[in-house]
Design a protein around this ligand. Structure first.
Ligand code: STX
Length: 320
């Protein structure tokens, strides 16, 4: 057992810029921003970000050999550079699935690898279940199926046992009389007409998630919650999806697992993932007997953890 022999920089490919960017109008209300990097004639891969509401980051390109891959990223409705900013109307799971297909057609791509972690794994799975012939493979991390038990664990009572210090300010932002259902209490504030109330709630909501996403707290990661432009979209969109149980029935992903049995699937999961505990990855892997589950012994939730990154790159390299 060893920690920290390699740095993230040593494990990932070098930083690269997008060579093409664009915007796609996906509804009367929403326009999504997309970017393309790497080899335009390479193997297409669609990168599906987390949250929902997290936006795609330049570092996500570094999980792919840029000479081999045509790397496609986009910001889901209401976040990153997509507009309108932090908009909840007409923003739901099936709309997002449709946006991925719209983007694929817009770019003239027949099939692509689908890469997503956390909420990105949720959306990747539901996308593949709706468009099973379009996914060459699924590369998933930090499995999140957005079931009641998973939301209860992270936002109400579960992760609070492991991070009581970070949980306290998240909980104490809400008056005692409303603490029986923290997601509902946050939803009221995140959708308040008062911008100050929205921002204060967004900051606490986002701090909680950033504080719990890594095995070892990372000051740079914690800083994300202080960027209120990020936090407001992230918290509002997450809370909107979660209070609506992601707009699908409970166990939607497991109930539709037969539709994706033929797709080569790899699951990379941190053993000490407190945001999305390993049990979900385990249950998904059992339901997909041909999938390859890798439980990373020394990691939490984030794709920015060295051992998780190393395993993800191993997968993308093997698929070249
Ligand atoms: N949300 C899990 C998730 O998808 C419950 C997620 N957590 N942090 C992120 O995504 C970012 C990396 C996008 C900030």
């Amino acid at each position: 057992m060893s920690f920290g022999e390699q740095t993230l920089e040593e494990v990932l490919y070098p930083e690269i810029e997008a060579h093409t960017t664009g915007r796609l109008e996906v509804s009367d209300l929403h326009t999504i921003a997309w970017e393309r990097a790497g080899n335009p004639d390479g193997i297409p891969v669609i990168v599906i970000h987390g949250g929902p509401g997290g936006g795609s980051q330049p570092s996500y390109r570094q999980y792919f050999d840029p000479s081999a891959y045509d790397i496609i990223q986009f910001d889901q409705r209401g976040c990153g550079s997509s507009t309108p900013y932090a908009e909840l109307e007409d923003n739901n799971t099936m709309a997002s699935v449709g946006d991925i297909e719209s983007l694929r057609r817009h770019l003239g791509i027949e099939t692509w690898h689908v890469f997503g972690g956390s909420w990105g794994s949720t959306l990747s799975l539901i996308y593949a279940q709706n468009h099973p012939s379009r996914a060459r493979s699924l590369i998933l991390r930090g499995i999140f199926m957005c079931r009641k038990s998973e939301l209860q664990w992270f936002y109400q009572d579960g992760a609070s046992n492991i991070f009581p210090d970070a949980f306290e300010p998240y909980r104490d932002h809400i008056p005692e009389s409303e603490r029986g259902d923290l997601v509902s209490a946050y939803h009221r504030r995140l959708t308040s007409k008062d911008g100050g109330i929205r921002r204060a709630a967004a900051q606490q909501w986002t701090r909680w998630e950033m504080a719990t996403s890594k095995l070892f707290p990372d000051p740079e990661y914690l800083e994300m919650a202080e960027d209120l432009d990020f936090a407001v979209a992230f918290a509002r969109i997450e809370c909107h999806y979660f209070i609506n149980a992601i707009f699908v029935e409970e166990d939607h992903i497991l109930n539709n697992v037969d539709k994706i049995q033929h797709i080569p699937t790899t699951i990379i999961q941190g053993r000490y993932d407190v945001v999305c505990p390993v049990r979900s990855a385990w249950e998904l892997a059992k339901a997909l007997p041909d999938s390859n589950l890798v439980i990373v012994a020394d990691s939490g939730h984030s794709m920015g953890e060295v051992s998780i990154a190393r395993e993800l790159v191993k997968v993308t390299d093997s698929l070249r």
